[in-house]
Design a protein around this ligand. Sequence first.
Ligand code: ZN
Length: 383
Amino acid sequence: MKKINLFFALTAFLIVSLNAQDYKVKGNADSLATYHGNKEIYAIKNYDDHFSNEKPTNVILMIGDGMGTAQIYAGKTANKGALFLDNFKKTGFVSTYSSEDYVTDSAAGGTAMACGVKTYNAAIGVDNNKKPVKSILEKVAEKKLGTGLVSTSAITHATPAAFIAHQPHRNMYEEIAADFLKTNIDVFIGGGYDHFTKRKDGRNLANELAQKGYSVIQDINQIKDFKVGKLAGLTAPEHNERVGLRKNMLETATQTALNLLSQKKNGFFLMVEGSQIDWGGHANDITYIVEEMLDFDKAIGVVLEFAAKHKNTLVIVTADHETGGLTLNKGDLIEGTLIAKFTTGSHTGVMVPIFAFGPGAEHFTGIIDNTDIPKKIEKLMNL
Ligand SMILES: [Zn+2]
């Protein structure tokens, strides 16, 4: 009897620890991966980055999950040498380690960029003692400024969740969804409809959101046409599909969020995440990485178009960590092809790049730490 109990206890422990480490090994490292070229080359536009005012009233933080320098250049190669990201003249590097690990996961990385603290992997908006820490989004909301979140994963997933929820573990999707109702966020768009509606506690948070004055919309075309009011855009039961299937969901969601938040005359904070660059890295799938990287870059184009018209807007583009240990062994900028290699199916500890455009961009240069990002934004927005 004792042996059987021991066996079950061990199995249960193994399942939990495997789940907690879903950012670890998936792909088959050391294999060469070939990207065969991209039929949909897109033209980029150049934007003038001279700004009169010192400080922004609008801040847009864009996070490419798992996006290291190699992932960016793989995209640039595939688009035959050009990215909207080329417009960013202020650049630097960001250290990403978590409180107990040289290699972070998206939860600890997101919490560092949202709340300015180092915490343990899997933590959402809490410190090492599991104590909630106010995020930059919550501080902006307290000043009655606009707030928004957009993601290609579930909106309850690690990175967006770190900006709005406070839970001891990233897999607590239903608790994370419930935390959205404790705020007055103006707009959020991403997957995760089931975390709001198919719940163990029997609550229907979509109804509760509607009672709080939100329009709860699942259809991206309706989200595209949504013009005024508070929006809960839940575009998939869980995570959104890969870019090939979800089409230009990210560009559309980003544009709608900007249309709504620009109605906030005193300013706003928006976080936009390209989540699935990371999933391509875990799978050691260079085509997946390139497609998601270019989709994210097109969303950067939407944001730059806005910033060029709203000169009080600061745009910051960075990553929470690199995924896959990607390196580029061979490439052709004319053909848009490349041969790549991965060293792991996990996240790595390398510094990630940061890019800034607009008033205050000079504060995001050199080598900084991920916890510096919300502190610098807070200072620039006089929060
Ligand atoms: Zn990951």
